[in-house]
Design a protein around this ligand. Sequence first.
Ligand SMILES: Nc1ncnc2c1ncn2[C@@H]1O[C@H](COP(=O)(O)OP(=O)(O)OP(=O)(O)O)[C@@H](O)[C@H]1O
Ligand SMILES: [Mg+2]
Length: 500
Amino acid sequence: MNASEPTHDASQTTFEALSEIGLTINTIQDPDVLLEKVLAIAMETLEAERGFVLLTARDRPEGFEVKSSRNVTEEQLGALVRISTSVVHEVLHTGEPILVFEALKDERYRETESIVVQQIQSIACVPLRIKNRQIGAIYLDSLTKRGRFTRASLPFLHAFANQAAIALENARLYQTLREENRRLRSEVQRLHGFDEIIGQSRPMREVFETITRVLDTDATVLIEGESGTGKELAARAIHYNGERKNKPFVAVFCGSLPDDLLESELFGHKRGAFTGAVSDKRGLFEVADGGTIFLDEVGDLSPRMQTVLLRVLQSGEIKRVGDTQIRRVDVRVLSATNKSLKELIESGDFREDLYYRLNTLTITMPPLRLRRNDIPLLAHHFLDKYARGKRDYIKGFAPEALELLQSYAWPGNVRELENTIERAVVLARGTFIRREDLRLPEPIAADPFEPGLTLKEIEQRAVLQTLKAHEGNISETARVLGVSRRWLHYKLKEWESPDR
Ligand SMILES: Nc1ncnc2c1ncn2[C@@H]1O[C@H](COP(=O)(O)OP(=O)(O)OP(=O)(O)O)[C@@H](O)[C@H]1O
Ligand SMILES: [Mg+2]
């Protein structure tokens, strides 16, 4: 090598270039655009006049493919690639960068006629490496200055090429993930046609099947399921894929409203019917005429409202509060509950005849913990939803994060998963969402299935651990365990009593 190679302190530009490539990693998803940017930064930092980036390609005779070049015309590029092939091959082979300070004088290349022809004064060629695999190289040269690239540039070139390689690999990975996601989604869509509802697991396929069966009927459908399992989503799918899709879908929340208010909401009122009724008002049943009404949390209806609703369902007629006129409405009724209506009937809190009216068919939305193989699909769906356009640099989930997502119990089901991903997108700092970005409690460590335990002991452990995990909340615990609250109270009493 030339002994009198020049050195200069380039630490400032070096640092800037490195942080610029850092930013690039976080903002560019398209591998081709990324390559162009990488080349531009390298050329600018090292004041190279020409350059190209190449990626290894087994199917090419040269073993690589030029992906992006600067200041080289199409015709020049062919010649340049030919004459640089030996340099590139050496770099790809050894994984070490090559600097040729004065191409004309360097012993290895002095004889290379083509270099003389091209009048290349100095060359820098650095490998792009992921772990120990060469994925390509950056080639830079100068026609005007001997010793343009110096040994002092090597540390920078190393660091830069490493960063660039990682960025590139991420961009490719992201592209693959996105294509994979798109493919899975279109597959799912092809299977059931309800593209809002994500899921491929067996219980979800059963849901899709039932939805398909009830689409073009006017059957009332009761949608059961824990909170956050997608009951409203299912109701909308039934409406928007059925014959009534061009008429309104009206959702009514039946919990928490006092009877009088709910009644006037549902059926409307006549002016002067009560204080504040300053004009005639249509109720939601009228608004939904021709379409669908969705009675959410129908288990919360008071006995009186249950009776009123039953009458409406039987007759197909409504009367506004304070009015005498009877109006016919053509409305399909869907309803949802996260309580067991059967239990409410048993305890005398829900009318059995209303139950049968509402429930020509039942759809049970499975809790997320019973369809864990849908979790990666859902997680990527929500990542796409919350990161796209704002935090595009987040490309996916770290393997440990995905593992935790799949092992967590999800008492709040898909809604909780959605909120978790939305928050993680905000917290994530890098390309992948990490385990700690999820802010989920670690799984309960103790194994309830230690050998030597009786079934009774296993039952007790399962109950007590779940209870602890939910801070003593009986309803939550009952829901997570899939048992009734009454059963749970009974068990807790039993274990409390001294004679057990
Ligand atoms: N299978 C699914 N695919 C995609 N998103 C889903 C799915 N299930 C639920 N979600 C999303 O989770 C959230 C909760 O869903 P939804 O409101 O339908 O649940 P719910 O069963 O009605 O809950 P609640 O009982 O609390 O009212 C929504 O943002 C919904 O878009
Ligand atoms: Mg709901």
